[in-house]
Design a protein around this ligand. Structure first.
Ligand code: SAH
Length: 416
């Protein structure tokens, strides 16, 4: 996270790793018409909120951006970012933005890692680049995830490993996916891993597509183990497959969903849509409190998980899940039924404008918007409130990703 200074001509100058209020020496690395970016050289007068980074790779690794400040300060900066975005980009005069809800765990909180491999280096991506830096452990990951990563690093031989993606659940069990660049027999390594780590339930291999867009962009196949991987969340049981989205901070995900449902204020008779529903986590939590939930999600494996999860939790009669693009699917179903509440949880690019238009054409009483990107959240708020169809009520940031700059927030919009 960064500090902002002013150049002598009034342009804003962003300085990563500086804290607002500090006096620093910084070097301009690029200057644009309206702002400039600079690199921190030294801190001349430091903020009382400055903290000693705990990871030796901090500042080089692209994973963390908030280790140089106290946790309280990071929470405040995240709240300020949401407030500024909703005010300036969202066009809401004095938005009600509550304090950021802190995460109980600030280290080892992640239940999923993506360790990258390139040449002799294995670990994490360097900030702002696709270079891989060599690390032995990441403090945001569990000891088990770090141990499995190190074992593969040391025992991979000539295998074309590109990513190692461990997923752990609250019971400490692990589902492991090894992504490879070209076809190879990973069974011997997988069997070694199963012997070495009793907590491993299964090992999958993912054969990456050409120019993969992410660490699991390819077909996944199980090569060792049999156990089904499940996670308990808000008292519900969820099956999770290697490619399904699942929130990475388990305890805080429960807080996120409980808060989202508080904002939704569901009645027993409510008909609800959950757009961008993943494996159906929010949908099922909502289904316990309302009449019916329709979920929409583009990843087919995730929709299969969602259907199975509904069944396992006895909620099949109250839910229906569609696999497909939100714009296309919601663009059809909103014409056939009325929704009292629509929950949306889109990826970083925010909602498709067609989804926004469908919400404007047939407004539900409430929209609960869960967002991992304040800028696109604010853009969508602006569209939804422009003609007065929806009114911005309140927002709350929830810290899902301590030590990083990422901000998750929940917004409630109401239609009279
Ligand atoms: N609500 C879920 C998932 C949120 S992440 C949870 O909390 O677990 C966002 C989800 O949107 C991902 O599952 C992603 O696969 C899905 N998605 C991305 N683009 C989409 C699109 N165009 N249409 C429908 N779903 C999409």
């Amino acid at each position: 996270m960064q500090g902002v200074g002013r150049l002598s001509d009034g342009r804003a100058c962003f300085v990563p790793f500086a804290i607002p209020g500090e006096t620093v020496e910084a070097e301009i690395i690029n200057a644009k018409d309206r702002f400039a970016n600079a690199r921190l050289l030294s801190v001349l007068e430091s903020s009382e909120d400055r903290a000693q980074p705990l990871c030796p790779h901090y500042g080089i690794c692209g994973g963390c951006q908030a280790q140089h400040m106290t946790y309280e300060r990071a929470l405040k900066m995240k709240r300020d970012r949401v407030y500024d975005a909703i005010k300036r980009l969202g066009g809401v005069a004095e938005p009600c933005v509550l304090e950021t809800i802190a995460s109980k765990k600030t280290l080892a909180y992640r239940n999923k890692a993506e360790f990258a491999f390139k040449g002799n280096c294995a670990g994490a991506f360097q900030a702002g680049s696709h270079r891989v830096i060599d690390i032995n452990a990441c403090p945001l990951q569990t000891d088990d995830a770090n141990a499995v990563f190190r074992f593969i690093k040391e025992n991979r031989g000539n295998l074309p490993v590109a990513y190692v993606v461990p997923r752990v659940n609250a019971e400490g069990e692990m589902l492991l996916t090894i992504s490879i660049e070209k076809s190879a027999d990973i069974a011997p390594l997988a069997n070694k891993l199963m012997k070495e780590f009793p907590f491993l339930l299964s090992v999958y291999v993912c054969l990456l597509n050409n120019r993969p867009a992410h660490a699991l962009d390819g077909a996944c196949r199980r090569v060792a183990g049999t156990g089904e991987f499940t996670e308990t969340l808000c008292g519900l049981k969820f099956s999770v497959s290697p490619r399904s989205f699942f929130q990475v901070n388990h305890k805080q995900a429960e807080t996120l969903y409980e808060t989202a449902l508080e904002f939704a204020n569901l009645k027993e008779t409510d008909n609800v849509a959950d757009i961008y529903c993943g494996a159906g986590t929010i949908s099922l939590a909502a289904a316990q409190k309302c009449a019916f939930v329709t979920g929409v999600e583009i990843v087919e494996d995730a929709v299969k998980d969602a259907r199975r999860n509904a069944e396992v939790n006895g909620l099949s009669d109250k839910t229906k899940f569609y696999a497909g693009d939100a714009a296309e699917v919601y663009g059809k179903i909103y014409k056939k039924q009325r929704f009292d509440c629509v929950i949306v949880d889109p990826p970083r690019k925010g909602m498709d404008v067609k989804v926004v238009n469908a919400l404007l054409a047939a407004p539900p009483e409430r929209i609960v918007y869960v967002s991992c990107n304040p800028a696109t959240l604010a853009r969508d708020i602006k569209l939804l409130t422009a003609e007065g169809v929806f009114k911005f009520e309140k927002a709350v940031p929830v810290d899902m990703f301590p030590m990083t700059e990422h901000v998750e927030s929940i917004v409630c919009l109401a239609h009279d």
